[in-house]
Write a protein that binds this ligand. Structure first.
Ligand code: PA5
Ligand code: MN
Length: 198
């Protein structure tokens, strides 16, 4: 597949209008994840089940723009994570590796207060990085990544990645990330998932 060209793309793709607060991009592909779509993500299963029964809130949405699927093309997505908690953990994304493992991604914080949890696929080494206005987080290839809203207002951000990156949710669906971010008396802290007290 050859890459998109100036001639092949509509004006609306060349210049996309987005609304960071609403999480919308004209003409984009929208995905919504409610709490019930996040089975196995949160450590406190009783709190998770209770919150699913009590309204099953929207946790996050992503609107993605995919101008082409050729070598060299880029895709990007506008994510909004709503504020909320399940037990001591904050609302967060499912998290994934890229199917094409070499693919890196750049996350650009737009509004709100967030954290990105990165995990090296080979070593399991984990890092927590601030994501908010004025922050660009570089996610290297071979790195699992999950985004977390640690504030009281919606967190919005843009992620830009190679068109052929793909999303691989398999590993984290079966064993989750090694670490998680918990609210420790008002401060977000990264701890080993096996150390979490509910
Ligand atoms: O492509 C990306 O990395 C982002 O746009 C994510 O898809 C977004 O943050 C939602 O996360 P996830 O795909 O893990 O549900
Ligand atoms: Mn990604």
């Amino acid at each position: 597949m050859s890459a998109a060209t100036l001639q092949s793309l509509d004006m609306a793709v060349l210049l996309a209008r987005f609304d960071a607060a609403r999480g919308t991009i004209a003409g984009a592909i929208r995905t919504e994840r409610r709490l019930s779509d996040l089975t196995g993500v949160f450590a406190n299963e009783a709190a998770y089940r209770a919150a699913c029964s009590a309204g099953n809130p929207l946790v996050y949405s992503v609107e993605a723009v995919e101008p082409g699927t050729g070598e060299g093309d880029l895709h990007y997505g506008l994510g909004v994570i709503y504020p909320g908690r399940v037990g001591r953990e904050y609302f967060m994304t499912k998290g994934h590796l890229h199917s094409w493992r070499e693919a890196a991604e750049l996350y650009i914080g737009l509004s709100g207060q967030g954290i990105m949890l990165l995990e090296d696929e080979a070593t399991g080494e984990s890092r927590m990085l601030t994501l908010g206005p004025g922050c660009a987080v570089y996610v290297p290839g071979h790195t699992g990544h999950r985004t977390i809203n640690v504030g009281d207002v919606p967190l919005s951000y843009m992620g830009v990645y190679p068109a052929r990156a793909g999303h691989d949710y398999g590993i984290y669906a079966s064993r989750n990330f090694r670490c998680t971010i918990v609210d420790d008396d008002g401060t977000p802290r990264m701890i080993g998932r096996d150390l979490i007290s509910l």
